[in-house]
Design a binder for this molecule. Structure first.
Ligand SMILES: [Zn+2]
Length: 159
């Protein structure tokens, strides 16, 4: 799916600003491209993961580079969501209506787009926790990925 539909652009930048506020990353749903900040404040990595209380899932990375990778995973989630929108608008709309009060992070509770992207990141980094704490989100995501023929392995820090 991603090899057939790559990002229109992917920019690594020293910092990303949107409406004058710093962002760890940004995805353009219309353009299908992403920008990712390679510098992080010290509170944006090395955070203890507490389901639903953490600011963003990428904050749980042990180091700055891990947070950058975590943001990239989040943006790939947005990209897959965009591809789902073009493949099946009704299915996409359904994902946006999924209750998100059990989202893995506070950021994932903002709206349906961030919920999908953060749930995708949880699917990769914290799959057992996702199944335990947000089974609805797990099912929503797995159904969407299966529909698109996307298979994603869990992150294994040992490989
Ligand atoms: Zn996002």
């Amino acid at each position: 799916m991603l090899s057939e539909n790559p990002f229109a652009y992917l920019r690594l930048k020293s910092s990303v600003y949107l409406e004058n506020s710093p962002k760890s990353g940004w995805y353009s749903f219309d353009e299908g491209g992403a920008e990712i900040s390679v510098s992080r404040d010290s509170d944006e990595y090395g955070q203890i993961f507490e389901w639903g209380l953490i600011k963003k899932l990428s904050c749980t990375a042990p180091h700055e580079f891990g947070a950058v990778l975590g943001t990239l995973v989040h943006e790939i989630g947005h990209h897959l969501h965009r591809l789902l929108k073009f493949k099946d608008l009704a299915r996409f709309s359904q994902t946006c209506l999924t209750p998100r009060h059990n989202a893995c992070s506070r950021y994932g509770m903002i709206n349906g787009l961030e919920y999908f992207a953060e749930t995708f990141a949880a699917y990769i980094y914290f799959r057992p926790e996702l199944i335990s704490y947000d089974e609805v989100g797990y099912t929503m995501l797995e159904s969407a990925l299966e529909f698109m023929g996307v298979r994603v392995n869990e992150y294994d820090p040992g490989t």
